[in-house]
Every structure is written in C-alpha cells, then in structure tokens.
Design a protein around this ligand. Structure first.
Ligand code: G1P
Length: 291
C-alpha cells in the first residue's frame, strides 16, 4: 500500500521572481489558498497518509501553514467565527501527518527525493512535484489510478502527457512501444531528461507524479550528476527500468505549471471559475473585461 508521498519544495523558484524572493512559490495563492494545498489534497484524495516535505530554510511558511496556529484558533473561537475556525483547522485531515526534512544543497530533484530516504524506509512511495497542479477530470484522480495499478502490477508508474514537439527539451520524456490511452499505463522502454528537440523518443512528457518502489533510493544514491549537472530522478528511473518493469501512465486530468507565470495565471482562471462560492461572479468579471 502506498501511504507516503514526497513533495520536494526546496527549489528557489527563479521562474517566479520577484514574488518568490520573499514568498515560497508554493505559498503563492491560487484563488484563496496556496498552490501547495491543492497538491497535498490531491495526494490525500489518493489515499496518502504521510506527506514528506523536502524543504529549505527559507520555506518555513509551508510548514507553518500545515501546522496548528493556537493563537489564531483561540481568537477565532472567542469571536465565534466558527466557519473560519473550521477552514483553518481542516486544511489537512487529522489522519494525515506532515513531516519535513531539509535538502542542504540544491543538487537536483533526484537528490531531493534521496533526502527523504530515512523517513521512507522500506516503504514504496509517491512523488508529487508541487509546481504542477493536476486538476482531476474524474471522481478518482490520476494519482489514485496510478497507485491502484502499482498495487496490482508492482511496476513503477510515471505520469505522462503529450506536449508539442518544440517543448520536449523542458521535460523528462518517455520511450514507449505503444502510447497508452488516457487513464491507462503502458510498458516503458526508456526515459531521458530534457532531450534536445529532434532527438526525443516521443512527445510524452513526465508530468511530475511518480509511484516508485523503495529500492529506487539505493539507485538514487548511486546516480551520478546528469542533465544540468544535477542528480536526476529521471536517471534513477532509467536504471530501475533496466532491472524491472516500469510503466508510463497517461493522465486524464489537466495540468497547470504554477512554476511559470503564465501557467499560474491559467490555473487562477480555471480554479477561479470552478470555485463553489466565487465561480459565478468571477466568470461575470471575466466577461466584463474589454479585451
Ligand atoms: C522535473 C523533472 C522532469 C519533469 C518536470 C515536470 O524537471 O526532472 O523530468 O518533466 O519536472 O515538471 P524540472 O521542471 O524540475 O526542471
């Protein structure tokens, strides 16, 4: 059973400057809550019970957000603001624990995941990259389907979506014999980090959701620096795939790259119009824009 998820949040967010100079990019709000909350909720909806934040000294506000705030709770209680009290105390359900570990040096995504090795122990686990929001299109979200498939086959699951050919150099790209249809998995033959345009084995890009066996930690520990002179998770997955079956899972939902400014604005639009309280008026505001 997959109950643990690693969320690497130590990145400094240079694509989101100047905001990310003083606010962790994961704490920038999408409508009325920080981006990281959507990612935690996605993990919890898929049955995750322990969130492991791999973090940095400048990111304490993420830990504070998921912690209790006794002073604020007492004040809301005294003012009988019970709705707000419920809102701030139910950010993560009580059966979910949120723990953190530091990534002492920015040595890459693979290194960030490896920093959680002792907390993960012998358990298989999920990885969710918090820059990317995944909006579910079905009641059962994509991560949940990946976990179900992993439980059934024991093959690592790598979530992918198609990208335009001129963007393959921004992502991990998988090599598959036959591309899986949406909501299904297919055997992976290879995976490469940020291939040059024209050299990619497909246009199926790694989205930033993984279900991995515990043994990948050992492979990560042996992985030399790769693309960008960083220790790449993609390279450890390529090593795993030489030992056992790994599958590419093609997502059904929609992705928003909140690490980029335009992707963030798109997320605000989509989550804004879908918001249960604000959606209708937000749509009216958009219609009012004289574009
Ligand atoms: C990371 C991964 C890459 C993946 C991407 C998804 O790259 O290394 O394989 O496609 O996330 O967002 P980064 O965006 O951190 O450079």
């Amino acid at each position: 059973m997959i109950k643990k998820a690693i969320l690497p949040v130590a990145g400094l967010g240079t694509r989101f400057l100047p905001a990310s100079k003083a606010i962790p990019k994961e704490m920038v709000t999408v409508v009325d809550r920080p981006a990281i909350e959507y990612v935690v909720k996605e993990a919890v909806a898929a049955g995750i019970e322990q969130i492991i934040l791999v973090t940095h000294s400048s990111k304490a506000s993420i830990e504070n957000y998921f912690d209790r705030n006794f002073e604020l709770e007492t004040s809301l209680e005294q003012k009988k603001k019970y709705d707000l009290l419920a809102e701030i105390t139910q950010i993560a359900p009580s059966h979910v624990s949120i723990v953190s570990v530091r990534q002492p040096q920015p040595l890459g995504l693979g290194h960030a995941v490896l920093c959680a090795k002792d907390i993960v122990g012998q358990d298989d686990f999920a990885v969710l990259l918090p820059d990317v929001l995944v909006k579910a299109s079905k009641a059962e979200n994509d991560l949940s389907k990946m976990i179900a498939r992993f439980n059934q086959t024991h093959a690592a699951q790598i979530m992918v979506e198609a990208v335009p050919e001129n963007m393959v150099d921004q992502y991990g790209i998988v090599d598959v014999l036959t591309a899986p249809v949406e909501g299904e998995s297919a055997l992976m033959r290879g995976i490469v980090e940020k291939p040059a345009i024209g050299t990619a084995p497909s246009n199926l890009s790694v989205v930033g959701r993984y279900v991995l066996p515990a043994k990948i930690m050992q492979l990560l520990a042996e992985t030399p620096k790769g693309a960008g002179n960083e220790i790449q998770l993609t390279d450890a997955i390529a090593s795993l795939q030489l030992l056992e079956q790994v599958e590419a899972y093609r997502m059904q939902g929609q992705t928003f790259d909140c690490g980029s400014k335009l992707g963030y604005l798109k997320a605000v639009l989509h989550y804004g119009v879908a918001h249960p309280q604000l959606g209708a008026e937000f749509k009216a505001l958009i219609r009012e824009l004289k574009l």
